[in-house]
Design a protein around this ligand. Sequence first.
Ligand SMILES: NC(=O)c1ccc[n+]([C@@H]2O[C@H](COP(=O)([O-])OP(=O)(O)OC[C@H]3O[C@@H](n4cnc5c(N)ncnc54)[C@H](O)[C@@H]3O)[C@@H](O)[C@H]2O)c1
Ligand SMILES: [Zn+2]
Length: 361
Amino acid sequence: MNSLTINTSSRSYPIYFERDFSALSKSIKLIDKNYTSYVIITDSNVQSLYVDIVTEEIKSLGEVLTVSFPAGEEHKNIQTISKFYEEMINFKADRNTLVIALGGGVTGDMAGFTAATYMRGVDFVQIPTSLLAQVDSSVGGKTGIDFNGYKNVVGAFYQPMFVFINVGTLRTLPFRELYAGMSEVVKHGFIKDKDYHNFLRDNVKGILDLDEELLIQMIQRSCEIKKSVVDEDEKEQGARALLNFGHTFGHSIERLMDFKLIHGECVAIGMHGGLTLSNQLGYLSDAELEESIQLIKAYKMPLTVKGLDKEAVYNELFHDKKTTSKRLVFALLRTIGDSFLNQDTIDEVTVKKCLDIIIEE
Ligand SMILES: NC(=O)c1ccc[n+]([C@@H]2O[C@H](COP(=O)([O-])OP(=O)(O)OC[C@H]3O[C@@H](n4cnc5c(N)ncnc54)[C@H](O)[C@@H]3O)[C@@H](O)[C@H]2O)c1
Ligand SMILES: [Zn+2]
């Protein structure tokens, strides 16, 4: 069993890297508790693909209830959570119930939030099935929902008992979702690890062909990088903000496109902006700028967006919930694998030059 231990201020938990679900019940038994029932929370797509096999694996451990919701970010809200509570109360779920989040990031965030709040907190485990959820939500303990148009504005930090990553599930993930997850992966190389960047560059075909050995190496390394950044900074001010590389431009584009592009696509375009800015400010060399752009392209992610008003994108940069002042703080690269938070004021002209490159007429 490949695994990685995540230490948090409250406790530690393992992330398991697997090729199927056969070790699932063994992993549950390793938790030092006697659960009497299980609630699988999942979305409509993942339900039809994986609920039967997961239920089969765990049904000898106790009673199993599946609670599902229609797939999509638009259902990541308090109404859906309220249905979960209702079904769990009818099922008589209690503190001996284990909640199982089976699905992408939307499922993980909502199941985690449900577990954090139902009866003041019941145990939960994550079985992330999208690449984004595997490399991003597995570490950090963030759970939550959207409210009145604000993303993730209601939530809690709540750690799972374990994360079980079955890379085999990526075979059914739509290509667009897979490429979108790759933007966070590529980001991890950019901000922290040149060797990892080289690994991603040298294994494009194998990774896109979903070679399981390569996927396990890749997802494990991405989780380690996220862990190292989160460990440095549990409060999201310093180091953790480096994970925002590409996200300042990305979030702006995401909101103005009215979420027609998915998050990972906006992050890829945003990273193109962040790389360009790093180069224009005299940090990232021309050669490394070109090399990093080639990597984004190799993983079939977009570099530019059409039909947005540059002025509007510029103004929207200041509305990022992670922007604490009127000043823009960008994560930038000195070289591939070495990032920092820029505290100096960057003039409007320089930022707009980057927008000229990532926004097509
Ligand atoms: N908690 C965190 O730290 C964290 C980090 C990053 C993102 N997020 C959240 O995650 C969400 C985005 O996650 P996402 O991109 O996984 O979205 P998602 O959960 O909506 O999944 C994307 C789509 O893929 C489908 N899907 C998932 N796994 C599949 C599989 N194996 N086979 C076939 N289809 C599959 C889903 O049904 C859905 O249609 C956002 O709400 C974001 O806020 C949370
Ligand atoms: Zn992201």
